[in-house]
Design a protein around this ligand. Structure first.
Ligand SMILES: C[S@@+](CC[C@H](N)C(=O)[O-])C[C@H]1O[C@@H](n2cnc3c(N)ncnc32)[C@H](O)[C@@H]1O
Length: 224
C-alpha cells in the first residue's frame, strides 16, 4: 500500500474569496459548468469563475519538482510522466532538473499552449488509454485529475497509471475532512465527478488495487 505524501507543500495556498464562491455556485446553477469541463480556453485562461482565470508559467513548480525528485531518489535521466499535465509546467520544472520528463493531457487547448521548450514532451492523451508500453517510467504523477473521472472509470485509470510505471506512482485527489471543507468544496469545484472523505478514497484504492502514493487536495485552502 502506498503512503500519503505532502509533496505539494511548497505551493502557495489561497483562502477562497466568498464572492468567487458565490460566482461559481451561480455558474453551476445556470448550467454553465460544462464550459469548465471542456478543458478549453474558458477553464484555463477565461474568467476565474470558470477555472484558473489564467494558467500562466511561474516558478512555483520548481520546489515541487525538487521535492518529488528528492523523495523518490530520481537521478538525471530518470523517466517521469505527468498525466493531466495541463500546459506542462511541472514537466518543464522536472526537465530543468535533468529528468527525462513527459506529460499528457486530454485538453487540446492546454497542449497547444504549452511552452515551446516542451514541444515533443507534451502530448494529447487520456488517462484511460495511455499510449505507452508497460513499465515505461520510473515515476508516474497525476496531480488533481483522477477525481474528474466518473466513478466507473476509476479502476481503469488506476490500472493505466500503474501499468506504465515500473516503480512509483503519486496522485492527488479531491477530498474534504469535515462538513465545512465539504461545503467549500461543493461551491468551488466545477469539474470533479468522483470525490469523498479520505476513507472513501482509501476504500477505492483498495477496491481497485491502487498501491501508489497519494495526497488529498483540500479546496478550502487551495493552490490554484
Ligand atoms: C485540475 S487540472 C490539473 C492540472 C495540473 N496537473 C495542475 O495540477 O496544475 C486537471 C487537468 O486534467 C486534465 N484532464 C481531465 N480529464 C483527463 C483525462 N481523462 N485524461 C487526461 N487528462 C485529463 C484537464 O485537461 C486538466 O489539465
Amino acid at each position: 500500500m502506498g503512503m500519503k505524501l505532502d509533496l505539494l507543500k511548497s505551493l502557495p495556498t489561497v483562502i477562497r474569496d466568498p464572492k468567487l464562491l458565490e460566482a461559481r455556485r451561480k455558474v453551476k446553477e445556470d448550467g454553465e459548468a460544462f464550459l469548465s469541463c471542456m478543458y478549453d480556453y474558458a477553464y484555463f485562461d477565461g474568467d476565474r469563475k470558470y477555472g484558473y482565470g489564467g494558467y500562466y508559467p511561474d516558478d512555483r513548480w520548481i520546489p515541487v519538482a525538487k521535492d518529488i525528485i528528492s523523495y523518490y531518489g530520481l537521478q538525471p535521466g530518470s523517466k517521469v510522466l505527468d498525466v493531466g499535465c495541463a500546459k506542462g509546467y511541472l514537466v518543464e520544472a522536472l526537465d530543468e532538473f535533468g529528468m527525462n520528463a513527459y506529460g499528457i493531457d486530454i485538453s487540446r487547448y492546454a497542449v497547444k499552449n504549452c511552452s515551446l521548450d516542451m514541444v515533443g514532451r507534451i502530448h494529447r492523451g487520456d488517462i484511460l488509454d495511455l499510449h505507452f508500453p508497460d513499465n515505461s517510467f520510473d515515476l508516474v504523477l497525476s496531480i488533481n485529475i483522477v477525481h474528474n473521472l466518473d466513478e466507473e472509470h476509476l479502476s481503469l485509470a488506476f490500472k493505466e497509471l500503474q501499468r506504465v510505471s515500473r516503480k512509483d506512482c503519486f496522485i492527488t485527489v479531491d477530498s474534504y475532512r469535515n462538513e465545512e471543507e465539504k461545503a467549500i468544496f461543493e461551491d468551488w469545484v466545477l469539474t470533479a465527478k468522483s470525490h469523498g472523505y479520505p476513507y472513501w478514497w482509501l476504500n477505492k484504492f483498495k477496491e481497485h488495487g491502487y498501491i501508489g502514493d497519494y495526497d488529498w487536495c483540500i479546496w478550502s485552502k487551495g493552490y490554484d
